[in-house]
Design a protein around this ligand. Structure first.
Ligand code: MD3
Ligand code: FE
Length: 199
């Protein structure tokens, strides 16, 4: 990795522009089968990030709470995780189990993600791998408990993150997007993929 912040390994520029474009094409097929939706928190608040998933299970949130589900809210099974995406997992986490879930987050100019932990997966020994595509994002890394000092880093299109070991349970979030910083997505914005072993 070109950078390691609080145990989060950052592989800057792991994907070249051809690999990024190929992945975006595959993700358009994912979004055609499983359209982006805007999750609602259990308190009824719409999230600013739009989401969909690929794999055996996908992450959903509604008034009933958040959880992994084998189907899109519309009722269809999630499409398979694209091969190009699985290949990135094999490169950066060769010893891990095969991921069964790929969350696809779309950030428009105003979207953000508050500080949170990812702990809904059954085996927290397995890493989470993130792939950034499109506009730059200001990523904030905190601590194993809420609050305290944080560190921030701009994530760029083609960057890949691995959260394993102690870093698996650190609080993290996305403060903002730098609109117009990438030409990868003609419509603008940012896509983040998170690959996980959910079940
Ligand atoms: C650190 N997504 O989907 S990816 C998420 O850019 C999420 O969309 C952000 O946080 C995004 O849950 C950040 C980087 C990331 C993902 C999972 C982590 C960092 C993590 C899990 C543990 C620690
Ligand atoms: Fe997260």
């Amino acid at each position: 990795p070109s950078l390691c912040i609080r145990g989060v390994s950052i592989f800057q520029g792991l994907l070249d522009s051809a690999a990024q474009a190929e992945m975006v094409a595959a993700l358009r097929e994912v979004a055609r089968a499983a359209p982006f939706f805007r999750p609602v928190t259990s308190r009824g608040q719409a999230m600013s990030v739009r989401m969909t998933s690929a794999g055996q299970v996908g992450w959903v949130s509604d008034r009933r709470g958040y959880r992994y589900e084998p189907r899109h809210p519309d009722g269809a099974e999630w499409p398979p995780i694209p091969e190009s995406v699985l290949a990135v997992w094999s490169r950066v986490a060769p010893d891990a189990r095969t991921p069964d879930s790929c969350l696809v987050n779309f950030y428009d100019a105003d979207a953000r993600m508050g500080m949170h932990q990812d702990r809904d997966e059954v085996d927290l020994e397995q890493p989470v791998v993130s792939i950034s595509l499109g506009d730059d994002a200001l990523f904030r890394i905190g601590n194993l408990t809420r609050g305290g000092k944080t560190e921030s880093v701009w994530l760029k299109s083609g960057d890949v993150l691995v959260m394993g070991g102690a870093a698996r349970l650190v609080y993290h979030g996305i403060d903002r997007i730098r609109t117009g910083s990438s030409k990868l997505l003609p419509e603008g914005g940012r896509i983040n993929l998170t690959l996980r072993v959910a079940r």
